[in-house]
Design a protein around this ligand. Structure first.
Ligand SMILES: [Mg+2]
Length: 366
């Protein structure tokens, strides 16, 4: 199975409601799709969201990385030389994790098709279905409480609440949500780097003293402040999950060695795909640090790849793969079945993606 061409396109998928965090507000998913074509007729699919404020990767950068660097490294080569392809992909350009993630998953898709095995089985095959949380955007307390009630009515029992814009208001937000949902509802919060370390400890301990029962907090402090993260981990009653602090496997290892976080969030767009995500999972297994798997605002191609990883590895115990459920439509054919919180992986060879609905992809001329 030789790689003959790599084609790029854009998909646009509207969100049900605007997605708001401490860093941005977004109305639709506008992602780059990667198709790797082969001489066997098999196509591998990948997807990358431009998430400039988090990864630094813009639409133009993703397209440029693939056209100017990845194509030279991969076209003409055999999918069966998989390890060599992974090394070539990761080495063909510095950084550009989102572009690499899209190409990486398309290669895994092809490798699974070549050997007629679903990728989650290839990587470990721990389970066939997982349960995701759903994100509640930052808004006024009343609106967030209504959004939380709506999520409970849709069957979710775990909410990921975005906080961190106005520290003083966050306790009011969480109180409103806690009062609006059943007592057994799991509430995790994501500050998206919004606090200083001392502010974080004060706010988090205040939340616990008010009985808000927070499962864990994601990324309380700015990404590069590993010492601040460690301070919060040591001084807060609430467990800490490192998200924006962990891009590469080396970041993950350092966080674990320092004891700077209780949990680590794996996202394919931060680490450059499944090949590196497996390294983070392996390090986490060694250190006994449980992982969450998350996504950016992504449609089903790339979230589906994350589903395969989550179904492969037991160390991934927290699932935050609500991207497709935040979208108001699904133009992607095949892949995992997303039924609100319940996600069931596909047993088709590779990643099981069959294509994109006619008229829903705009190919980019080379
Ligand atoms: Mg996060």
């Amino acid at each position: 199975m030789k790689i003959t061409d790599i084609r790029l396109g854009m998909i646009s998928v509207p969100l049900r409601v605007p997605f708001k965090t401490a860093l941005r507000s977004v109305n639709s998913v506008e992602d780059v799709v990667v198709e790797i074509h082969t001489d066997s007729g098999a196509i591998g699919y990948g997807e990358a969201p431009p998430t400039g404020v988090i990864t630094g990767d813009t639409t133009g950068a993703i397209i440029g990385a693939v056209n100017d660097h990845v194509k030279k490294a991969l076209i003409g080569r055999d999918v069966d030389d998989f390890e060599d392809l992974m090394i070539a992909l990761q080495g063909c350009i510095l950084k550009n994790a989102s572009a690499k993630a899209a190409v990486d998953m398309a290669l895994w898709d092809l490798y699974g098709q070549l050997y007629h095995i679903p990728v989650y089985k290839l990587m470990g095959g721990a389970r066939k279905s997982i349960v995701t949380d759903i994100t509640i955007s930052v808004n006024d307390p009343d609106e967030m409480a209504r959004d939380a009630q709506n999520a409970i009515e849709r069957g979710y029992d775990c909410l990921k609440v975005k906080v961190g814009k106005e520290p003083e208001k966050d306790i009011a937000r969480l109180s409103a949500i806690r009062q609006a949902v059943p007592a057994k509802t799991c509430i995790r919060i994501d500050a998206n780097q919004g606090w200083t370390a001392k502010e974080a400890v004060r706010i988090l301990n205040g939340m616990q003293e008010r009985g808000l029962d927070i499962e864990f907090v994601e990324q309380p402090v700015i990404a590069h402040d590993f010492d601040g993260l460690k301070y919060v981990t040591e001084h807060s009653y609430v467990p800490v999950l490192a998200d924006e602090s962990v891009f590469s496997p080396a970041d993950a290892l350092k966080i674990m060695q320092m004891g700077a976080a209780d949990l680590v969030n794996i996202k394919l767009m931060k680490c450059g795909g499944l090949y590196n995500a497996l390294k983070i999972a392996s390090a986490a297994e060694v250190y006994g640090v449980e992982c969450m798997i998350g996504c950016m605002l992504e449609a089903k191609i790339s979230v589906n790849a994350a589903v395969h990883l989550a179904c492969a590895k037991k160390i991934i115990t927290k699932i935050d793969l609500d991207g497709p459920m935040l979208c108001s439509e699904d133009p992607i054919l095949g892949g995992a079945a997303f039924d609100e919180k319940q996600i069931t992986v596909s047993d088709e060879p590779g990643l099981g993606i069959k294509g994109i609905e006619a008229g829903k992809i705009r190919y980019i001329p080379v």
